[in-house]
Write a protein that binds this ligand. Structure first.
Ligand SMILES: Cc1cc2nc3c(=O)[nH]c(=O)nc-3n(C[C@H](O)[C@H](O)[C@H](O)COP(=O)(O)OP(=O)(O)OC[C@H]3O[C@@H](n4cnc5c(N)ncnc54)[C@H](O)[C@@H]3O)c2cc1C
Length: 503
C-alpha cells in the first residue's frame, strides 16, 4: 500500500535539489522530502573525487548568489571544497532533516484520479521497493551522474587495472605504472597532469582535439579573502567574472571576434608548452571554438610535452591481456587503463532513465521526449502535471555556472508550488501543449543557428541531432522571460466535486 508522503517530493540531492529545498524554505514551505541515492548530498562533487577535479567556472560564480563564500581558497576551487560548501549550505538551511539518503527512486507514476505522484524507491540494503505518494514532484537528478565507457572489445581480457575517472581507484598507486588514458576532454585535461607526476609512462588516446584555454587558477591571498568579505567587493568580482564568461556565450553565437579570441588563447597556451609541429597539429581542432565545450587547463599541454607522456591522436579499438590497440592496430603495453570518456546523459549504467517517469495516459517521459522535444522554459512538460524539472529540457546555459539557471528555475517552481498549495481545491497544474510547442519551436530554431549545432562530435545533440540541454540565451534573458511568464500558459485543473452521499 502506498503511504502518503510530504506535499513535495524532490528527486536528487545535488546542488539543484538542495537549492529547490532552500527556495521552498524561503517561501515558507517546509513539507518536502529530498531523495538522494548517494550517501550524502553534493551530487557531482561527491560522486567524482578524481585527482585534479576543479570547477571550470570561477568559484564566486559557481555558488548560490544568496550564499556567497568569500573564503574560496582559489579562483577555481577543487571538488572537496565545493562539496564542503554544498554540505554546509544544506545544514544551514535545515535540509538534513528532509533528506532520504541512500534512497534510489526507481519509478514515478502520475495518478490522474487524485493528481498525486506515486514513487517506488529502494533504500540501500532493502530488497523490495517501497512506495510513497507526493502531491507535487520536482526532478533535480542532474544529467552527468553515470559514467559512460564505450564498447571496447577485450575489456574483460585485460589483466591490468582499469577504471572510469568517476569511479577513481584511490587504492591503486600509479607510481611506476604504464598508464593509458582514453579520452582527452574535460576529465582527461585534469587527470593527465596529475598522474603524469607518478606514472612511468602515460599514453593519451584522443579522437577529437579540444579548444583548451588557460584556466589561470591561483590561490587567493589572505588579504584578498578579507576584502571579499565586503559584499560590494564580492559583487564587483562576480560581475567582472560574469562579464568574462560572456565570451563563451558569444562563441556559442558564432561571433567571429569571440571565436578568434578563443583560438588565439588556445594557440598561445599550446605554443607556450609544445613546439613539435606534429603534436601541435594533432592538438589543433578542425571545428570552430564553441561547438564542443571549451576546456580550461593550465597544465594539460605542459603534461603532454613531458618525455614520458605521449598523445595518440586516434581512438581505441580493443584491449588485449596487456595492451591497448588503437584503431590503426598499433599496440601499447600498459598496466592500467583510465577511461575519461564522459557520462550517460540522464540515464543509469544500463541505459534506463535516472527515474522512469510516467505521466498522464500512461505515457513514459523517455518515449514522449524521444518522439519530439517538447518542454516549456526548462521546467515544465505537457502531459506531466504537478511535475517540474530544474534545468530540464533546454534549461541549462553552457557558458556560466549551472547555479544561475538553477536559481531561476527553482525560484519559478517555488512560486508555482506556493500558488498551487494555497488552493486545496486544485487537482493539478500542467503546462498547455500549445505553449510548450510554441516555446520549443522558437528555441530549436534559434539553437540551429548556434555553434553547438556545428560540425563536430558533441554530447549536446540527441540521436536526432536536436539540442535538448541548452537554452539559447543569456541568464539575463532567461530571468526576464521567466519573470514575465504568462500563467495562462498553464491549466489549473479543479478537483471534481465529491458526490454527496446519503446518510
Ligand atoms: C566531473 C564533472 C565536473 C563538472 N564541472 C562543472 C563545472 O566546473 N561547472 C559547471 O557549471 N558544471 C560542471 N559540471 C556539470 C555539473 O553536473 C553541474 O554543475 C552540477 O553538478 C549539476 O548539479 P545538479 O544538482 O543539477 O546535478 P548532480 O550534481 O548530478 O546531482 C543530481 C543528484 O541526483 C541524484 N539522483 C539521480 N538519480 C536519482 C534517483 N533515481 N534517485 C535518487 N537520487 C538520484 C544523483 O545521485 C545526484 O546526487 C560538471 C559535471 C561533472 C560530472
Amino acid at each position: 500500500m502506498t503511504s502518503v508522503g510530504s506535499t513535495v517530493g524532490i528527486l536528487g540531492g545535488g546542488l539543484s535539489g538542495l537549492l529547490m529545498g532552500m527556495q521552498l524554505k524561503r517561501a515558507g514551505i517546509d513539507d518536502f522530502t529530498i531523495y538522494e541515492r548517494q550517501s550524502d548530498v553534493g551530487g557531482t562533487w561527491l560522486r567524482n573525487p578524481y585527482p585534479g577535479l576543479h570547477c571550470d567556472i570561477p568559484s564566486h560564480l559557481y555558488s548560490y548568489t544568496f550564499e556567497p563564500n568569500p573564503d574560496w581558497s582559489m579562483v577555481y576551487a577543487g571538488h572537496a571544497e565545493i562539496q564542503t560548501y554544498l554540505r554546509a549550505c544544506a545544514e544551514k538551511y535545515g535540509l538534513l532533516a528532509h533528506l532520504r539518503l541512500d534512497t534510489s527512486v526507481e519509478t514515478a507514476r502520475y495518478s490522474e484520479a487524485d493528481g498525486s505522484w506515486d514513487l517506488a524507491y529502494v533504500r540501500a540494503g532493502d530488497v523490495a521497493p517501497a512506495t510513497v505518494s507526493h502531491r507535487l514532484l520536482v526532478s533535480a537528478t542532474g544529467g552527468l551522474t553515470e559514467p559512460r565507457i564505450p564498447g571496447i572489445a577485450g575489456r574483460d581480457r585485460f589483466l591490468g587495472v582499469q577504471w572510469h575517472s568517476a569511479a577513481w581507484r584511490h587504492d591503486v598507486d600509479l607510481t611506476g605504472l604504464r598508464v593509458a588514458v582514453v579520452g582527452s576532454a574535460a576529465s582527461a585535461v585534469q587527470v593527465v597532469p596529475q598522474i603524469a607526476g607518478q606514472a612511468a609512462s602515460v599514453t593519451v588516446y584522443s579522437r577529437t582535439p579540444n579548444w583548451v584555454v588557460p584556466r589561470n587558477n591561483r590561490l587567493y591571498s589572505d588579504a584578498e579573502r578579507a576584502a571579499l568579505s565586503d559584499a560590494d567587493v564580492l559583487r564587483r568580482v562576480r560581475r567582472r567574472q560574469y562579464k568574462e564568461s560572456l565570451l563563451w556565450f558569444q562563441a556559442a553565437q558564432k561571433v567571429p571576434e569571440a571565436m578568434d579570441t578563443l583560438r588565439q588563447r588556445t594557440f598561445s597556451n599550446l605554443r607556450a608548452s609544445i613546439s613539435d609541429p606534429e603534436l601541435v597539429a594533432a592538438l589543433t581542432p578542425d571545428y570552430d571554438p564553441g561547438c564542443k565545450r571549451i576546456l580550461v587547463s593550465d597544465d594539460f599541454y605542459a603534461a603532454l610535452a613531458l618525455p614520458h607522456v605521449r598523445l595518440v591522436p586516434k581512438g581505441v579499438a580493443s584491449l588485449t591481456e596487456s595492451t591497448v590497440v588503437d584503431v590503426d592496430g598499433d599496440e601499447t603495453e600498459v598496466d592500467a587503463v583510465i577511461f575519461c570518456t564522459g557520462y550517460r546523459l540522464g540515464s543509469r549504467a544500463d541505459g534506463r532513465p535516472a527515474v522512469a517517469v510516467t505521466g498522464r495516459g500512461d505515457i513514459s517521459l523517455t518515449e514522449y521526449l524521444g518522439e519530439r522535444v517538447r518542454g516549456y522554459r526548462g521546467f515544465a512538460t505537457p502531459g506531466f502535471p504537478n511535475y517540474f524539472t530544474v534545468c530540464g529540457i533546454n534549461g541549462s546555459v553552457g557558458y556560466t555556472a549551472v547555479f544561475a539557471a538553477a536559481e531561476l528555475h527553482t525560484e519559478t517552481i517555488a512560486g508555482m508550488l506556493e500558488r498551487f498549495i494555497e488552493r486545496p481545491d486544485l487537482l493539478s497544474v500542467e503546462v498547455r501543449t500549445e505553449a510548450a510547442d510554441h516555446y520549443t519551436d522558437a528555441v530549436q530554431a534559434e539553437l540551429a543557428t548556434m555553434s553547438w549545432s556545428g560540425d563536430c562530435p558533441n554530447f549536446y545533440r540527441d540521436a536526432q541531432g536536436r539540442i535538448v540541454s541548452f537554452y539559447p540565451g543569456t541568464i539575463g534573458r532567461m530571468r526576464r522571460e521567466l519573470r514575465a511568464m504568462d500563467l495562462d500558459d498553464f491549466i489549473f485543473e479543479v478537483r471534481p466535486p465529491v458526490a454527496a452521499t446519503r446518510p
